[in-house]
Design a protein around this ligand. Sequence first.
Ligand SMILES: *Cc1c(COP(=O)(O)O)cnc(C)c1O
Length: 385
Amino acid sequence: MVHDSAALGFETRAIHAGQQPDPRTGAVIVPIYQTSTYAQDGVGGTREGDYEYSRTANPTRTALEQALAALESGRHALAYASGMAATDAVLRATLRPGDHLVLGNDVYGGTFRLIDKVLTNWGIDYSVAHLSNLDEVRAAIRPETKLVWCESPTNPLLGIADITALAEAAHVGGAKLVVDNTFATPYLQTPLELGADVVVHSTTKYLGGHSDVVGGAVVTNSDELREQLFFLRNASGAVPGAFDAWLTLRGLKTLAVRMERHCDNAELVTEVLLAHPKVSKVYYPGLPEHPGHDVAAKQMRRFGGMVSFDHADGEQAALDVAAKTELFILAESLGGVESLIEHPGRMTHASVAGSLLQVPAELIRLSVGIEDASDLVTDLKKALS
Ligand SMILES: *Cc1c(COP(=O)(O)O)cnc(C)c1O
């Protein structure tokens, strides 16, 4: 690399890390290397760059991985076809039959499904704990516990875990801490610097940022884990295509400015909701009364673009609001420039009904976008009236 990227600011790394002008043509933007294979100099001899087949490696993907590693202050990043593929890779690289892991009580539904419905068939066991309660976490860790799986903030209740304390508890118990950093993004929080061993992302969300690509990533400082993940990804093939890697790289460049605006708008929306008679509870870690506020303030730059709230009149009223907004589009997913609204109980979290991960029926989740904030407020007020 031309730059010592660790010495550069976040915004500069987002735009330059792994993204030097193309040495052959001078192209300022990393090309979409839409190729499956690469000419070899002789049998068994690759040309400069070591590329031989795009399941193994592709230059557009390499650029994305270098940028992701630089943003998370990690040594290694690997890009995947989706956030779930990244999650699956970490679980399968680190767990063997007989092993156990500890999950947060409101872990992403897809992560819960993968562990509960797939990994348990391969002899892997899990426990669920409130990660904000360290005693509960310590009690859940067993001799065979290999991983503690954390999200902070969580989805959709915006719970906060103390990543530094959690890493310590995991390490004392002989386990590694994985942080799914999708909600915070590396702009707001860098878990490896806080003591976590592995960071996982759904790059589909804020990193891509434009709701036009599905992808995932894993970042770690461990050379050994990187080798295991690289081998497993090449063996099983969950790679992103070159265009998807390029779209994600393009999204990353504006992550810092987008996140500032997401946070500004979320703060304003939070104020309006707090003052609204039809809103009985607002979940946002930026609020001083949020139980995780102090920890969030310690480990995050700002508090993010996700806001949830309970409708004072119950489930049907919540469903009506979700159906009535116009700018807030009724849709799953999050983290794009456009605002989204959803009803977790019937949509993203329908599969966890009746389990420990169940969410309130009157809950509404907002992914606050980067539109004009006063338009967003008008839209919400109209839908609540
Ligand atoms: C969306 C999401 C995932 C899964 O990512 P996909 O890209 O949809 O596979 C994992 N964790 C969190 C927190 C998410 O929001």
